[in-house]
Ligand binder design. Structure first.
Ligand SMILES: C[S@@+](CC[C@H](N)C(=O)[O-])C[C@H]1O[C@@H](n2cnc3c(N)ncnc32)[C@H](O)[C@@H]1O
Length: 245
């Protein structure tokens, strides 16, 4: 493996629900969207496919799951096969989604856009949504504007180019063609960490091999150190944005 990345770490350990709040939060925010068997849903940056599997099992929705990481796709494919779920799984890049415009009723994105060229990715979500369709995007959000030094520290682990504040995310969403933008859930990183009261079924899922490149443990500890260090300066928000008609 070349110099491993944060996503290689997540993929190797097979961390499902790799976003603040995990599947419990996903369940809550999606419950309000009135999904049916007819709903066309895209899980963009699906990781190991935990959310996509949940959407098919719970709503019978027509789910497409896309990621660019081969090992994530492999773990997602194994999950869908094991559970006998009909999810369309594709390798692809959110900067250039391989779908015609107006394809989906809901685009769900969980902790993905922050790692991309944000405006390009948001423009793609907007393009593939039907008019009036909904984007739910859960993303790392700065609680206040971060200094160049802070951004550099985050970039050294996450390879992020920027970490927008809530106001900046809202502006970017509007710029990408979304008419109504709101925040449906959020808090600091500290508020989203599992604690002693978190039920076991809500803890992140692991699907790890027996032998692991030791450099991945370094990424894990760097990630944990940053999570603690920035626990009040960084947060997450779930942005709900409706594609303009
Ligand atoms: C933090 S993980 C979150 C995975 C999943 N959404 C979840 O919540 O468990 C970020 C995911 O985004 C994917 N990703 C990052 N950049 C991407 C891109 N440009 N196109 C497609 N997937 C991307 C990574 O491969 C990884 O699976």
């Amino acid at each position: 493996m070349n110099e491993p990345t944060y996503h290689d770490f997540l993929a190797t350990f097979g961390i499902g629900g790799a976003h603040p709040g995990g599947l419990a939060l996903t369940r809550d925010v999606v419950a309000k969207e009135g999904l049916t068997r007819a709903s066309q849903v895209l899980d963009a940056g699906c990781g190991t496919g935990q959310t996509a599997a949940y959407l098919v099992k719970t709503y019978g929705a027509r789910v497409t799951a896309l990621d660019q990481h081969p090992l994530m796709l492999e773990k997602a494919r194994r999950r869908f096969q094991r559970e006998g779920l009909g999810v369309q799984l594709l390798q692809g890049d959110v900067h250039r989604l391989p779908f015609p415009e107006r394809s989906f009723d809901l685009v769900l994105v969980e902790s993905v856009t922050i790692f991309t060229r944000i405006n390009t990715a948001l423009g793609e979500y907007s393009r593939v949504l039907k008019p009036g369709g909904v984007l739910l995007d859960l993303e790392m959000t700065a609680e206040r504007p971060l200094s160049a030094k802070e951004l550099e520290e985050l970039a050294s682990v996450y390879n992020t180019r920027q970490v927008p504040t809530e106001t900046e995310w809202a502006g970017r969403l509007q710029g990408a063609g979304f008419a109504s933008v709101s925040v449906v859930r959020g808090g600091t990183v500290a508020s989203a960490l599992p604690d002693d009261h978190t039920p076991p079924q809500e803890l992140p899922e692991f699907d790890a091999p027996q032998s692991v490149d030791p450099r991945l443990y370094d990424i894990w500890s760097a990630h944990q150190a940053l999570t603690e260090k920035f626990s009040r300066r960084l947060g997450y928000r779930v942005y709900r944005a409706v594609r303009a008609k």
